[in-house]
Design a binder for this molecule. Structure first.
Ligand code: NAP
Ligand code: MG
Length: 488
């Protein structure tokens, strides 16, 4: 490389040839039925929904729109399986099934990664290295608990709740399914899972995996459909527990519906995470952490570090470096292994992002968007940073759920704690500082379920995850995650 070439690559103009993963690895069928009582129904007997590839707008497959009757059949199948098989099985036996499911996820990881990327729009690098391995890790982790429940700290003989109705969003389709199913099954419950309308495919491949693992019929039922299918599940009197991950608005509605019933409830809702940067933070690592905190998964992350709070003395430098780094992000084909930022999951989500970004401009914040070329088909939004943001701005308060960062400043630790806590949410925060005592002082005062120190968006099956205030209640992951599925 000439000196000239070296300089230009250091400036970020290095050219990357496409390195495409093959979409044929997905082996998708044209249509899928519902997975109830161990087998797939004939797609012809249902009203159908279409699921798209958001990177192109093309149809990937049709899936069934689960009706009230379908939900009823699924809940009844789950009840039979609970009473006759799963609820009677020893923990050691249940764990064998969970280990088997985890191993088959690993065996079919490449196929699952491609399916997830096609259906969701996320970069293959993320589905391959994060979503799918973590989904397997959650099954492995809870497989280990199934025969040790009496040592989990919930009494000498904790009992399952019964039939769990589980509703998940589109941002981490397979991973959210694993977060819901693995602890429920380990604790001896049976399940009816409702995937999101725009990303049902990896859950349907998971249904094939459950068949492959020989999981007894009815232990897990997967009913695709839109919000009305989810609503039917919430309303069904045969469900003992509802576990929901999604928006705060729908969570609130579900809470109202469940309030007058004996059903148990856990809610994992939205967030507006504060990522806090002190002047002594190591700048290179911190810039990468900020980027990862907001642009991972196109910012479709409930715990995203979407509010950056920077100490005033370093704010100018941080912003300058951040903007330069954003310009280097590679946005485009999610199947390209070089891609950093993929497609927005749906036209609806894109219009929400566009609306809130327009509000930000209208409120007087300064917008910087990457000058990257966006593909002509599909749903796309250039990575964006807003500076000069005030706490009263909507882009500092509302969850945008897209690749948009709002930057605010502070002077003292007391001030940053007050600003970080000035939100209706309470899911996650990050603190960047070289000084451990300061990090701990701040962390103790932050009102959020998860606090990362000198890192962001780290997930691990051993670690509990969940929110406070309008981010919901209940914990998923770790020993704590079992509690939601046990009568304790
Ligand atoms: P959403 O609209 O609330 O949808 C979540 C799930 O609920 C989907 O399966 C949806 O079906 C279903 N649903 C919609 N209306 C329903 C109803 N009336 N009754 C029962 N179920 C219903 O949320 P989303 O737009 O998919 O996801 C984005 C939100 O999820 C963000 O706010 C994000 O912060 C939150 N989220 C939170 C976490 C967490 O762990 N805290 C994780 C991921 C996402 P359809 O898809 O068919 O509408
Ligand atoms: Mg889709």
């Amino acid at each position: 490389m000439t000196d000239q070439g070296l300089v230009s690559s250091q400036l970020g103009s290095l050219h990357y040839e496409p390195a495409l993963e093959s979409s044929s690895l997905a082996r998708l069928k044209p249509s899928y039925g519902l997975f109830i009582d161990g087998s797939f129904s004939d797609p012809g007997q249902h009203e159908n929904l279409v699921t798209l590839n958001p990177a192109t707008g093309e149809t990937l497959a049709t899936v069934a729109q689960g009706s009230v009757d379908d939900v009823d059949r699924a809940v009844k199948a789950a009840r039979r399986a609970y009473e006759n098989v799963w609820g009677k099985m020893s923990g050691a036996q249940r764990s064998k099934y969970l280990f088997r499911i985890a191993r088959i996820i690993q065996e079919r990881a490449r196929e699952l990664a491609v399916v997830e990327t096609l259906d969701n729009g996320k970069p293959i690098r993320e589905s391959r290295d994060i979503d799918i391995p973590l989904a397997a890790a959650y099954f492995f982790y809870y497989a280990g608990w199934a025969d040790k429940l009496e040592h989990a700290g919930f009494g000498p003989d904790p009992q399952p709740v019964g039939v769990a109705g589980q509703i998940i969003p589109w941002n981490f389709p397979l991973l959210m399914a694993a977060w819901k199913l693995a602890p429920a099954l380990a604790a001896g419950n049976t399940c009816v899972l409702k995937p999101a309308e725009t990303t049902p495919l990896s859950a349907l491949i998971l249904a094939e995996i459950l068949q492959q693992a020989g999981l007894p019929e009815g232990v897990v039922n997967i009913v695709t459909g839109d919000g009305s299918t989810g609503s039917a599940l919430v309303e069904h009197p045969g469900v003992d527990k509802i576990a929901f991950t999604g928006s705060t608005d729908v969570g609130r509605l579900i809470q109202q519906r469940v309030a007058s019933t004996p059903k148990r409830l856990t809610l994992e809702l939205g967030g507006k995470g504060a990522n806090i940067v002190f002047e002594d933070a190591p700048i290179d690592e911190m810039i990468e952490g900020i980027i990862d905190g907001i642009f991972f998964n196109q910012g479709h992350v409930c715990c995203a570090g979407s509010r950056l709070l920077v100490q005033e003395s370093v704010a100018e430098e941080v912003l300058r470096r951040l903007v330069r780094r954003v310009e280097q992000l590679r946005v485009g084909d999610p199947l390209d292994k070089n891609t950093d930022v993929g497609a927005i999951n749906s036209a609806e989500q894109l219009s929400r992002i566009e609306e809130l970004v327009a509000v930000g401009e209208g409120e007087g914040a300064t917008r910087y968007s990457s000058s990257c070329a966006l593909p002509s088909k599909g749903f796309w939004f250039a990575p964006t940073v807003f500076s000069n943001v005030a706490q009263s701005h909507r882009i500092a308060r509302d969850e945008i759920f897209g690749p948009v960062l709002s930057v605010l400043t502070f002077r003292t630790p007391e001030e940053v704690v007050a600003k970080a806590n000035n939100t209706k949410y309470g899911l996650a925060c990050g603190v960047w500082s070289e000084k451990g005592s300061r990090t701990l002082w701040v962390a103790e005062r932050l009102r959020a379920g998860v606090i990362w120190a000198n890192t962001y968006n780290r997930f691990d099956p051993t670690s509990p995850f969940g929110g406070m205030r309008e981010s919901g209640f209940g914990r998923e992951g770790g020993r704590h995650g079992l509690e939601a599925y046990l009568n304790v």
